[in-house]
Design a protein. Structure first.
Length: 99
């Protein structure tokens, strides 16, 4: 699946709702993470939208309209890796609970 990650300054986090309330975008997989939880410097939220090409295209259009920063490929891969590590860690923790 295709994905895109946006970086949003914490003081502008209300703009995230404008992005994810769109009908097409809301049907995609959406993850939001705080920079502190990902051990990334700065005061940001990261929004990862994963799904169809049409959904990603619409998210990019809305992000541009609301002045949200789309991460370049290298930075997006770094953030995505951190998000996946966090997800894997949470999943393995849940597995321990049910053992």
């Amino acid at each position: 699946m295709t994905y895109v990650i946006f970086e949003v300054k914490s003081e502008n986090s209300g703009k995230i709702n404008k992005l994810i309330k769109d009908d097409l975008v809301s049907r995609q997989s959406i993850l939001t993470r705080d920079s502190n939880s990902l051990n990334v410097k700065g005061d940001y939220s990261y929004v990862k939208i994963e799904g169809s090409k049409e959904g990603i295209k619409r998210a990019k259009e809305l992000a541009k309209e609301h002045e949200l920063k789309k991460l370049n490929k290298k930075k997006a891969e770094e953030i995505n890796e951190k998000i996946e590590e966090q997800e894997d860690s949470a999943a393995s923790g849940m597995g321990m609970i049910f053992d």
